[in-house]
Design a protein around this ligand. Structure first.
Ligand code: ZN
Length: 348
């Protein structure tokens, strides 16, 4: 069973409402609340999974994933893959709530953040969770979505990287439930993000505590952030990876019958393995460097040079053994920019 409702997230200065759509599948229903639709799940309604996409509006593949999943769950699939019947097997009770476009402001701009004029304090929606109904624009939008997420037993926040980022799933290191969810999603690479104590200062400086995944995990709700390949362009492979991942999560939680496929991949840590530009210039990656490559400490990854004098300003080298999970797509770099992301393997 499927239902969907329009949800007003906030209003713009002109009075124009910022609208999105909430979908519900399975046991749960959407009922009229004081400020719009609310989720209602019967006491014996089983597990609830919440999934959203496009907090960063240019990351369009997550929205495409939720559309294709909708097709499979409702039997209206736009492809030849086996549909999932009514989604909820007679013996399996549960609910999926999905929001394909969590941030219409960035979606319309095909951007990562909003213009300062709309939210100068939290230009990045993914730094202000769980939001504040009396706060800035993004805080208000997060606060409207939060009740759907906080009612869930598991949360998936779909993001995408650039074509030059290896598909991976981020979870809170040390949290076994989040780890289990990440394995059920099934990407080969899992990135275990530090829980706080041993995170570098970037954690605090970039307000990572306000990430949706972190806020929900702290509420005791297992949450993952899959980073599918590609932004801006709907890419078949990324959509299929995302749909397979969602089906794995729904199976793990018992919303769909069956078990997720066994996971057999690599766990690494991120954020500590950035090779950054020591100076501004043009970056030339080693011609054979590709995402997914294994690199060793000290390995040459590329160079930054002065385009006017041709002088080499920096030979960029890996500062650890690991897996290349991103390579700068734009060659014009400013000092401090990430050239290559190297995820350090922490488990085989
Ligand atoms: Zn994102």
């Amino acid at each position: 069973m499927h239902d969907s409702r329009e949800l007003v997230l906030a209003r713009l200065p002109s009075g124009v409402p910022i609208r999105t759509t909430v979908h519900v599948y399975g046991e749960g229903t959407l009922v009229d609340g004081e400020e719009g639709p609310e989720l209602d799940v019967p006491d014996d309604g089983g597990p609830v999974v919440y999934a959203q996409a496009a907090q960063h509006g240019r990351e369009v593949n997550g929205a495409a994933v939720l559309r294709r999943l909708h097709g499979r769950l409702t039997g209206e699939a736009d492809d030849d893959a086996a549909d999932l019947g009514d989604g909820i097997d007679d013996d399996v009770r549960g609910t999926l709530v999905s929001v394909p476009v969590a941030d219409p402001l960035t979606f319309d701009r095909v951007s990562y953040t909003t213009p300062e004029s709309l939210d100068s304090i939290n230009a990045n929606m993914n730094r202000c969770w769980p939001g504040d109904p009396d706060g800035t624009l993004h805080e208000r939008m997060a606060a409207r979505l939060w009740p759907f997420a906080s009612a869930a037993d598991a949360v998936v926040d779909l993001h995408t990287g650039s074509p030059n980022m290896l598909t991976h799933t981020v979870y809170m290191r040390g949290d076994e439930e989040c780890r289990g969810l990440a394995e059920a999603f099934g990407t080969d690479l899992l990135l275990a993000e530090a829980a706080g104590d041993d995170a570098d200062t970037e954690w605090a400086e970039r307000n990572f505590g306000g990430k949706f995944r972190v806020a929900a995990t702290r509420e005791g709700i297992p949450t993952i952030t899959p980073e599918l390949a590609h932004s801006r362009e709907v890419v078949e492979e990324a959509v299929e990876t995302g749909v397979d991942g969602m089906v794995g999560v729904l199976r793990r939680e018992g919303v769909l019958a069956g078990d997720p496929a066994p996971w057999d991949g690599t766990v690494a840590r991120n954020h500590l393995g950035r090779v950054t530009a020591a100076d501004s210039g043009l970056f030339r990656a080693e011609p054979d460097l590709a995402i997914g490559d294994e690199v060793t400490d000290g390995e040459r990854l590329g160079e930054v040079y002065d385009p006017t004098t041709f002088e080499t300003l920096q030979v960029a080298e890996a500062d650890r053994d690991g897996i290349v999970y991103s390579v700068a797509r734009e060659s014009t770099v400013t000092a401090g920019a990430t050239l290559v992301g190297v995820a350090e393997r922490i488990e085989e």
